[in-house]
Design a protein around this ligand. Structure first.
Ligand code: HEC
Ligand code: HEC
Length: 516
């Protein structure tokens, strides 16, 4: 575990922090890189792999600097992750600096159990702070006398009032251990949704690296909250392969939630940095060369024509740019960008993410209906049905006239976002490019929770990363959303319209009547 101290990219004071494998509780060793076994590695995004070598290296270095590797996690302080550890301060300093007296008496805030032998010691202030005493660990801690001895160098001796964190990164390491054991085979080491089992699953396991989560209680522009992730891990996602981990203890669940958040931040950090470096790709170099060649060919034709016409002053067009030269220019341009702008881009991305993930847990980010649930009676359901069928919501275009999830939108070919290219398959897709069915609402199965308020939130903010839109605030009043909730939740119990019989007593096939 490393600790990335400063918020500043270049002037980091990184205290290299030894990963203590013993802390990785219950881990299948090898998976996490402890002991022998296959090496777990963070994979990189396809977009990163497509960058020119110097740009790719810059991103990889930045990621490793800020987040480490699965074997040696880096806790970048500025990100809002509960990395874990107990804070302590020195009450009485070590006597002298003789190697024998690496003893201090401390006052501890938080969980004293973190002060076990072997736990990391990170000096935040005082003479030992910084890189010098980087590899200190707890030797002994006596809970009665509150004296701590550390292994490592005796000098410089800490002074009274110095602050240290013991077992820093404990929670993150624990989260990683839980993750490697329970989640990795679906969600992948780096949270790319590409674990070994993933290819067999539909829907596919979430790729956390967009920083987008579907079933949240937060407003459309906000990230997922800790509570939302906690609920998903605890109860699973019904109707999908995402299992319930009710049997994990509360502490394990909390720590794996932090680890998922951390992976999501790492992934989105990579994505946004990729976007910043989007000009420095091999493809764009090839493109430049192609364009230059096309321009040259056109100019050459014109040149030849003027020559033929006897114009002696015609200017010969410059030769098209060569691939090796184009590469060289791009590499030099990148070096310039790296020297002048990259640090700022990294800094901006880090602040953006830190703020967004902090805000997600604010009360103000949570969707709270302004009115209590409208009484679930026939009149409300009917109002809901009319809204469902209306052009204001167009629910039926996706979910179908009978709510079976087979609306006309599922028959169309859709464009890939930001391109003119069509998906090869009919129907909707999510932000990860996976095919997606609108929910069959007659089954009464809700992935985002089946309490009425859960369905309210789904309609208010939509389902993030999917075409299911949000209607809150603008399109619909809260009362209207409740009417639709009442209607939608009634669909599992009854066909939308009672069956009618004709004069001969035979059931007439019915459809939902058109809204007026
Ligand atoms: C058997 C495969 C499998 C395992 C194991 C698994 N998941 Fe999932 N997980 C899924 C699938 C599939 C989805 C996507 C469901 C969907 O899109 O509706 C998912 C989605 C999620 C989401 C996204 C929720 C959202 O709102 O977008 C989170 C968070 C998550 N899983 C966390 C975990 C954690 C943490 C573990 C381990 C403790 C875990 N998963 C283990 C298959 C799995
Ligand atoms: C553009 C298409 C589209 C429109 C319009 C649309 N939905 Fe959806 N809806 C979807 C898709 C796709 C999903 C499944 C998303 C997923 O699980 O990844 C979904 C899921 C749902 C769910 C399931 C929530 C859960 O927790 O499982 C409900 C309920 C729902 N929609 C109701 C509605 C209602 C009511 C309307 C109109 C007010 C509406 N939808 C409009 C596409 C749409």
């Amino acid at each position: 575990m490393m600790f990335r101290h400063s918020s500043n990219h270049r002037s980091v004071t990184t205290a290299p922090w030894q990963l203590v494998c013993g802390l990785a509780l219950g881990i299948a060793s090898g998976l996490a890189g402890c002991g022998t076994g296959p090496k777990a590695e963070f994979s990189y995004r396809e977009a990163t792999q497509k960058l020119i070598p110097v740009a790719r290296k810059a991103i990889k270095d930045t990621l490793e600097d800020g987040f480490g590797t699965p074997h040696n996690l880096v806790a970048w302080e500025r990100f809002p992750v509960a990395y874990g550890g107990a804070k302590a301060s020195v009450v009485a300093a070590a006597e002298g600096v003789q190697p024998a007296s690496k003893t201090i008496s401390v006052s501890v805030e938080g969980d004293v159990s973190k002060l076990a032998s072997g736990a990391s010691v990170l000096w935040l202030t005082g003479t030992r702070a910084g890189e010098k005493a980087a590899a200190d660990t707890v030797d002994t801690y006596d809970t009665k006398t509150k004296t701590l001895t550390w292994s490592g160098s005796a000098e410089p001796a800490p002074g009274v009032g110095d602050v240290l964190i013991v077992g820093f990164g404990h929670a993150l390491q624990k989260g990683r251990a839980v993750y490697m054991k329970n989640c990795m085979h679906c969600h992948g080491v780096s949270g790319d949704g590409n674990g070994s089992t993933a290819q067999f699953l539909n829907p596919r396991p979430r790729d956390y690296r967009l920083g987008v989560f579907k079933f949240t209680s937060t407003l459309s522009a906000e990230k997922v909250s800790r509570d939302d992730l906690h609920r998903v891990v605890k109860y699973g996602i019904p109707g999908t392969y995402m299992p319930s981990f009710l049997l994990l203890g509360e502490e394990e669940t909390k720590s794996v939630v932090e680890y998922v958040r951390w992976l999501a931040m790492r992934g989105e950090f990579e994505k946004r940095t990729d976007d910043d470096l989007g000009d420095f790709t091999e493809d764009s170099i090839v493109d430049t060369v192609k364009k230059s060649k096309t321009a040259f060919d056109a100019a050459k034709v014109a040149y030849d024509a003027t020559l033929k016409a006897g114009d002696k002053d015609a200017v010969k067009p410059d030769a098209p740019i060569k691939l090796t030269d184009a590469r060289k220019i791009a590499t030099e341009a990148f070096a310039k960008f790296q020297a002048s702008d990259l640090d700022q881009a990294v800094e901006d991305t880090a602040s953006f993410l830190a703020e967004a993930w902090t805000r997600a847990d604010d009360e103000a980010s949570r969707i709270a209906p302004t009115v209590p649930r409208v009484a679930d009676d026939a009149a409300s359901r009917e109002r809901g049905r009319l809204l469902y069928m209306s052009d204001k919501t167009k629910c039926y275009t996706c979910h179908g006239l009978l709510g079976k999830g087979n609306g006309a939108a599922t028959e169309d070919f859709w464009k890939k976002p930001g391109t003119e290219e069509l998906y090869p398959r009919r129907g909707l897709h999510d932000a990860w490019g996976n095919p997606l069915q609108p929910r069959n609402l007659t089954l009464g199965q809700y992935r985002g929770g089946r309490r009425p308020v859960d369905v309210f939130r789904r309609l208010y903010a939509g389902i993030k990363g999917t075409p299911m839109p949000g209607f809150g605030k603008t399109a619909l009043k809260d009362e209207e959303i409740w009417d639709i909730v009442n209607f939608v939740m009634s669909l599992q119990y009854q066909s939308p319209q009672p069956a009618k019989t004709n004069a001969g007593g035979h059931v007439v096939a019915t459809d939902m009547p058109e809204a007026k």
